[in-house]
Design a binder for this molecule. Sequence first.
Ligand code: GDP
Ligand code: MG
Length: 162
Amino acid sequence: EVGVLAVVGRPNVGKSTLVNRILGRRAAVVEDTPGVTRDRVSYDAEWRGTDFKLVDTGGWEADVEGIDSAIASQAQIAVQLADAVVFVVDGQVGLTATDERIVKMLRSSGKPVTVAVNKIDDQVSEYMAAEFWKLGLGEPYPVSAMHGRGVGDLLDVALDKL
Ligand code: GDP
Ligand code: MG
């Protein structure tokens, strides 16, 4: 049995781009428009000799209906079925109220979480990851899913929690 790593976060933060980067191919659908995908798609992945299942999820919309409406969502199911979670946030946008609501749910799931601060495309922007310490989920890892920066370090940490 291989471990299952779920990738969750708000729409448009770059979850599918990160999944593609990890897979080394364009399997997950990347959208410029937020909230289009609501699927939960599982891929066979491998990193430094570790086989695992990587699960891409649609956007986690904690919108007007609140987090309760997300209980039945694919992202929620993905977390329940996962052994560990990568929570992706957008370093260019910064911390949002929706991020904080997602954290509450992740906490109640009891699953180990690694925070990936995406869209940190260059070293100059790395300081922007620091505000995500506020989430209380430990060290936030700056990554650029688009360029591949930091993704190896993130995986080393996230897979260690499987
Ligand atoms: P998802 O909704 O969370 O799956 O996000 P997507 O992977 O579909 O990406 C949403 C948008 O963010 C797309 O336009 C991506 O090209 C862009 N994006 C994803 N990763 C990065 C990144 O590391 N840097 C930058 N600048 N843009 C990114
Ligand atoms: Mg996506």
